[in-house]
Design a protein around this ligand. Structure first.
Ligand SMILES: [Zn+2]
Length: 413
């Protein structure tokens, strides 16, 4: 197990694909292709072939005594001005797992995947490559996507040898692999592990999300002439609802199972300093790992908005924006991950993932678990993204242990 070699590789990749503003491995562009060339060089040195699937995902397989497969992976693409660890930590640690076994035949097959376009930073569709492999990508929903320069997704894909209409073939290609485990190491991208002074966390699953717009309709009126009890102030109803949603999240949070509610948008009309707001629209984003908790949080937010509307004599309307079910990880793999983290660090903190990851796309298809490395200052998607080196080393070692355990676990099935 050579964690230092993983860190050296990561620094080499960062030096090659970053500017002073951070990582520039934007999917389907020249720097990302260069990162993939660098990766190919490392794989070539192991004497293993790379297979690119119909969605542009890169696969490297080390055949084992059994065809039953442990998949390790993450993504090399980054947001513009991104961090040096987001995504490539999992790919480069996976490369080290292959190196550990290269030249031998492990008891189960080990496959490394580098997913294409996890970030969606250029065309706005995250998890593009893994969603295609999972079969959940809706081609018609992405066909017309363009980047800020007006380049069409279809053309950017074609430039990289990927045909949009054939991307879902990647799903059939994945189905030919007898995958029994998917393991992804990723930087946490939040402040939880750091706040606990922990290097490494066991991830229980990715949050489900309920995203809605809530519109309150009252009556705009003169701010000087309208007595408070006679007002129909839409903003106050929205504000009351936002505060209630914070309380809902606090009430449903338990240690190790935090949940969140966020009001990120507030639009008020007529937006005049001398007018009582007649209309106020707010967004609501609720996330939880437990589906029944997420459903309860949504119900309670609806009730709170209805109460706020009554209290302020306004009407309320809800509009759905987007939702996704929680994706809990596999209990047996979560236990193996706990063992690996505990053996390396003495304890095994468990936490859910707020952001989505490629791992979430694999959940319906195979047992999945993720491991998190602590984020310095909770920062990610920026050049300041980092994990203290001592923590990074410990986490990589714990992850390589997990891969060993998963290979033994799968081979014994
Ligand atoms: Zn990532």
């Amino acid at each position: 197990m050579n964690a230092q070699r993983v860190i050296a590789d990561l620094r080499e990749l960062a030096a090659r694909t970053s500017t002073p503003d951070g990582a520039q491995r934007l999917a389907w562009g020249p720097v990302w292709r260069d990162a993939r060339d660098w990766f190919k060089g490392k794989v070539d040195a192991l004497g293993l072939p790379i297979r690119t699937d119909s969605a542009g995902n890169n696969w490297v397989t080390l055949p084992g005594n059994s065809p039953k497969t442990v998949i390790v992976g993450s993504h090399l693409d980054s947001v513009p001005n991104g961090g040096w660890l987001d995504g490539c930590l999992g790919v480069v640690a996976g490369l080290e797992a292959l190196r550990m076994h290269a030249g031998s035949t492990p008891p189960a097959t080990l496959t490394l995947v580098d997913w294409a376009d996890e970030e969606g930073a250029r065309f706005g569709r995250s998890l593009l490559g893994s969603a295609a492999a999972a079969g959940s990508l809706k081609i018609e929903e992405v066909r017309e996507l363009k980047d800020r320069q007006g380049t069409r997704l279809v053309d950017a894909l074609a430039e990289n040898g990927v045909s949009l209409d054939r991307m879902l073939d990647a799903h059939r290609e994945l189905e030919t692999i007898p995958a029994r485990a998917y393991l992804e190491l990723h930087i946490e991208q939040g402040p939880v592990l750091e706040s606990m002074n922990k290097s490494t966390g066991v991830v229980l699953g990715t949050f489900g999300v309920e995203r809605h717009m809530i519109r309150f309709i009252g009556q705009a009126a003169h701010s000087g002439s309208t007595p408070i009890p006679m007002r129909r102030d839409a903003f106050l109803a929205a504000a009351q609802t936002a505060l209630a949603c914070r309380d809902i999240a606090t009430r449903h949070s338990t240690p190790g199972a935090g949940v969140v509610c966020t009001v990120g948008i507030v639009n008020v009309e007529p937006k005049i300093v001398t007018a009582v707001p007649g209309v106020c629209e707010i967004s609501l984003d609720q996330r939880a790992l437990d589906p029944s908790v997420l459903a309860a949080m949504l119900r309670e937010a609806r009730d709170a908005s209805a109460q706020a509307a009554r209290d302020n004599n306004v009407k309320v309307e809800w509009r759905d924006l987007w939702r996704i079910d929680p994706r809990p990880f596999d209990p047996a793999l979560v236990r193996l991950c706990e063992e690996a983290v505990r053996e390396e660090t003495g304890e095994a903190p468990r936490l859910p993932s707020g952001p989505l990851h490629d791992a979430a796309e694999m959940v319906p298809h195979m047992p999945v678990v993720m491991m998190f490395a602590c984020s310095s200052n909770g920062l990610s998607h920026c050049k300041e993204e980092d994990t203290p080196e001592k923590y990074l080393e410990t986490t990589i070692r714990a992850y390589l242990r997990l891969v060993q355990k998963a290979i033994a676990h799968v081979a014994a099935q």
